[in-house]
Design a protein. Structure first.
Length: 308
């Protein structure tokens, strides 16, 4: 095999109350990466499309080159590799843009080498792509993009990742306002210490959210989609967040929150008609305030990254 193409899906990290420990994949958008052998004994990024010229071709500064080099070190290969990256989602969107690129590159290069590593072995390499992109090797985007579905990171040291059951009939509305909220900056504003009472409330919500997904209890999922630690701070970076949340909940969304570090927001809905209505209303709200936006109505993706 001389060339492999892989698709990795976008993700919704945190799922409101599960900061850095919960995330799920959605069916679209996603990134595509093509890898092929070359004869130079070096890794090269030969093409990037869809980034408006913002991403570097330097393999040490771009997550796809970085994680491919980590893979080559892991399998002890000096084989030269060419990489093509096709961005299908906005940068700094809060939808796991860098994670999808890293995952697609790793799954593609693993396939090109006839799969010497398991997905569990690829995951820490993908997390290093996140470290390069945002300064923190979190897994709540890369794990669901790689594995699909709803994922819980029970522990980072040692790494313990569990794929959870989820409610298959749910629809997801994702809305990306055309504003810039870099992940690294969104992390810097967070408090490093919190009151015990708020921590207890948050733990209860995380437990309730996981329980609701595992048992199919949508009311419990909705009651548990409450964040008393991260959202009150990060929502200040997203114009009209409170108004968007009010619209979503008034139109019977199960829950609403920030996707990852933002600025994208998301709503969980019981059916497509409800999701379409909320998507339209959020678009019109932002449009009235001269804020461009992109929205998707999709379902959760249970497959994760795929060779195409």
């Amino acid at each position: 095999m001389k060339k492999v193409k892989c698709y990795a899906p976008a993700t919704v990290a945190n799922v409101v109350c599960g900061y850095d420990i919960l995330g799920f994949a959605i069916e679209n958008p996603g990134d595509q990466v093509i890898v092929s052998f070359n004869h130079t004994h070096t890794t090269r990024i030969t093409k990037i499309e869809g980034d408006e010229g913002k991403l570097p071709l330097d393999v040490k500064k771009n997550v796809v080159g970085h994680v491919v080099n980590l893979f080559l070190e892991k399998v002890k290969s000096r084989q030269g590799v060419d990489i093509e990256l096709y961005k299908k989602m906005p940068l700094n969107s809060g939808l796991g843009s860098s994670a999808a690129s890293s995952v697609a590159a790793l799954v593609a290069i693993n396939e090109l080498f006839e799969n010497p590593l398991t997905k569990g072995e690829l995951l820490p390499l993908a997390m290093e792509g996140e470290r390069l992109a945002s300064g923190n090797a979190h897994a709540d985007n890369v794990a669901p993009s790689l594995l699909g579905g709803l994922v819980l990171i029970r522990s980072y040291e040692p790494l313990d990742v569990i794929k959870l059951p989820f409610i298959k009939d749910l629809f997801v509305v994702s809305v990306h306002p055309d504003i810039n909220v870099p992940t690294g900056e969104a992390r810097k504003i967070l408090k490093q210490q919190i009151p015990l009472q708020k921590a207890i409330e948050q733990w209860g919500n995380v437990a309730g959210l996981v329980s609701g997904f595992c048992t199919g209890d949508m009311d419990l999922v909705g009651r548990s989609m409450k964040d008393v630690i991260i959202e009150p701070i990060r929502s200040m970076l997203i114009p009209f967040f409170c108004e968007m949340k009010e619209i979503a909940l008034e139109n019977k969304a199960i829950g609403f929150g920030i996707s990852g570090s933002g600025p994208s927001v998301f709503a969980l809905c019981k059916n497509k008609d409800q999701a379409d209505e909320i998507s339209d209303r959020l678009y019109h709200l932002l449009n009235r305030h001269q804020i461009k936006s992109e929205s998707q109505v999709t379902k959760m993706n249970n497959k994760g990254a795929l060779i195409i």
